[in-house]
Design a protein around this ligand. Structure first.
Ligand SMILES: [Cu+2]
Length: 149
């Protein structure tokens, strides 16, 4: 008796969950990094663990990429990524990337300038995490704090 009721429910749940995963499909992340950057690879792992598909391109010099994507010197970090039409510079936490993709703000991208200790991919054993800002920036050099960690 109970089984007869549960089966249709289960099927309905299955259909629902498959719809949901299609709705939440995350765009691919294209990461530009130097071939020897260890913390860049750790950030790539962090993004993959958060459910993103990540493609990496190794370049010896990233300055043309930073120019191309309007990443001003005060916003720069090690790697530069592009996802859903936005730039993601440096060790930005995956949940902040997700938030940006769902909120779709009118900005060029977000950045964690420098490489703060404790940001995703920059964890150092035995050292407490730095406090840092995730900065939103546009192509005209305007910036504001988008998230605080
Ligand atoms: Cu780094």
């Amino acid at each position: 008796m109970i089984q007869n009721r549960i089966a249709p429910l289960f099927i309905a749940l299955l259909i629902l969950s498959s719809c949901q995963s299609r709705q939440e499909a995350l765009p691919e992340v294209a990461v530009y990094k130097t071939p020897t950057c260890g913390c860049c690879s750790k950030w790539v792992d962090h993004m993959r663990e958060a459910g993103f598909t990540v493609n990496t391109t190794d370049l010896d010099d990233l300055s043309s990429i930073k120019d191309q994507f309007s990443v001003a010197p005060e916003n720069q970090s090690c790697h530069t990524a592009v996802v859903g039409g936005y730039v993601v510079e440096g060790h930005v936490p995956a949940d902040v990337v997700r938030r940006m993709l769902s909120e779709k703000p009118d900005i060029a991208g977000i950045a964690v300038p420098g490489m703060p200790i404790g940001s995703p991919g920059m964890e150092v054993e035995g050292r407490p995490a730095d406090r840092y800002d995730v900065v939103a920036f546009d192509k005209n050099g305007h910036r504001h704090v988008y998230a605080k960690r």
